[in-house]
Design a binder for this molecule. Sequence first.
Ligand SMILES: Cc1ncc(COP(=O)(O)O)c(C=O)c1O
Length: 419
Amino acid sequence: MTTTRSAFPEGGQNWPELQREIRNRAAGDLDWEHGRTPLFVFRNDQETYEIGRNAYFECFSENALGRKRAFFGIASMERDVLDYGLSLFNAPESGEGAFTTGGTESIFIAMKAAREAYRHKHPEMRGQILNIVVPITVHPAFDKAADAMDLEILRAPLREDKRVDVAEMKKLVNEKTIALVGSAPCFPHGVVDPIDELSAVALEADVWLHVDACVGGWIAPFFTRIGRPTPHFDFRYEGVRSISADLHKFGFCPKPASTVFYRAADDLERATFKSDSWPNGPFATPTLVGTRPGGAVAGAWAVLNHLGTKGYEDAARRLGEMTDRYCEGILEIEGMELWAKPDLSLINYGSNDFDIFLVSEKMVARGWLSGLTRRPKGMHAMMSLLHDASRDEFLSDLHECVEIARKSPKIEAKIEAKY
Ligand SMILES: Cc1ncc(COP(=O)(O)O)c(C=O)c1O
């Protein structure tokens, strides 16, 4: 019988051999450094990348789980990063936060905090299936959280401009609702939900409002500061009780790094997992994971201090201008439409004249991985500054692929999701 399982290695390989093999294995990867992946990797400039990387390796071995007992340097850098976020998002004095490994974790623990707050207020509802009310565009991380915590998830449709229809959200709220959610922006269409209106609904219904600013949180305020009108989404709206914001996306920090903030320190307590049942005594983490890379904390701290206000404003300016150029180029193609006007640098476009999935298929064949939306059928990209230099080449290929699709009979191109 033949087996494809790798045998446990005998060992003894040295670094040059291992490095060669690592590079061999990556040789077939997409050319992400030249903007050929529409997501996964975020880059500002070379210097920022190197600072993040150097800081990461400076604290490569430290474990942020031990920040209070052993790694005081990591603790103080983490405190700084959380303070920077609390001021960026206009949190009141009572605000607190946690440093996590990603958007999914930030969302998960915010939902846990919301559930605990609800249970505290409604002890009589123990054992009931509770729910969260979300726009149809929220990230599947909410489905994961709902699945793991046995919550029902109620989804509201969008308005014409692809922001959630708040009147529809309001209709879904009931006595078992633990949280409302809005995105800033949502991944599929790149637009910020009307957080001001959601805040009013949350206050009226006395329900927790979480803002998922995972993708745009650390850059959106700088779009506003340079005069590109980006809707507010933060604690300035009284109803906003928690915010998730990823450092490893448009904060341009090394992975894995995200943050979650709460209006009140009590809510961080509610998010905290506590246990006192094993022989070693009490154990508590404000995160879902235990061990966390100290390098991610040092990397984020260094990148934030390197870029600062000026650096993020500059990145926002360059990202905004790049997105404008992409949108202009896409709209120059006959029959192509933007499905939403992007608030940041996530774009979603398609056509009623030709099969956009066929265009995508042809682009993939040319080495451009393509993000997709199914409703409406569209191509999708979450662009960082890695996509700037490749813009002309991308648009020229897109043009050619559209011409092929235009001439092809309108059969449904088959696109399978791959993970
Ligand atoms: C809006 C939004 N929320 C949450 C996430 C999940 O983030 P992560 O992949 O870091 O878990 C993403 C990822 O793209 C996102 O776009």
